[in-house]
Design a protein around this ligand. Structure first.
Ligand code: GAR
Length: 191
């Protein structure tokens, strides 16, 4: 029997990956999403969490980086693993030290290409198109103090035809994300 796990999901925007995760784990016997957190009070992902009756918290940069407040919420909720799903801030070292190898992220490209500070969302797909890449994909990795550089757990690829618009690239990548992220999280938690 696998150990029970309690996930916190951090997001900054739309939260479509978060919703795929909520759906995947809603009736799971050992893994539960217990808290959703965002730096953005207007994040659509928070509304998605409400629909699944998952508690939410919003924080400022000061609360996140210069206090133990967010850490306190995670402890109170008994969080065992942290999932970043379209979360755009760098994770502070106190969080990484509290959850060693227990923070996971998804990136919409084949790292180490098209990663690093400022590389997120559509900017990634524009860079892929402008470089004339013939394939792109997703990377799911553990999180450390550097942007997009932790241990890679999974990569999935899709083709980029020269006629594709940035939007078409984004849609393909998003399909891959939704198909794989929840299952990779499940395997990673149960490793
Ligand atoms: C996703 O494509 C995710 O890979 C990306 O943000 C998007 C969020 O979409 N993350 C990064 O770029 C991290 N560097 P969503 O809010 O609909 O899940």
């Amino acid at each position: 029997m696998n150990q029970p796990a309690r996930l916190a999901v951090f997001l900054s925007g739309n939260g479509s990956n978060a919703e795929a995760i909520f759906n995947h784990f809603k009736n799971h016997s050992t893994i539960k999403v217990v808290l959703v957190l965002s730096n953005n009070p207007g994040a659509v992902g928070l509304e998605r969490a409400h629909k699944f009756n998952i508690p939410t918290r919003v924080f400022t940069r000061q609360q996140f980086r210069e206090s133990e407040e967010v850490m306190g919420w995670l402890k109170d909720a008994g969080v065992t693993h942290v999932v970043l799903a379209g979360f755009l801030w760098l994770v502070p070292s106190n969080l990484i030290e509290t959850f060693p190898q227990r923070i996971i992220n998804i990136h919409p490209a084949l790292l180490p290409k098209y990663g690093g500070k400022g590389m997120y969302g559509m900017k990634v797909h524009e860079a892929v198109k402008n470089a004339g890449e013939t394939e792109t994909g997703i990377t799911i990795h553990e999180v450390d103090e550097r942007y997009d550089q932790g241990r890679i757990l999974f990569q999935g690829k899709c083709p980029v035809h020269s006629t594709y618009t940035t939007q078409q690239i984004a849609e393909q990548v998003q399909r891959l994300e939704h198909a794989h992220y929840p299952r990779v999280i499940e395997r990673w938690v149960n490793r």
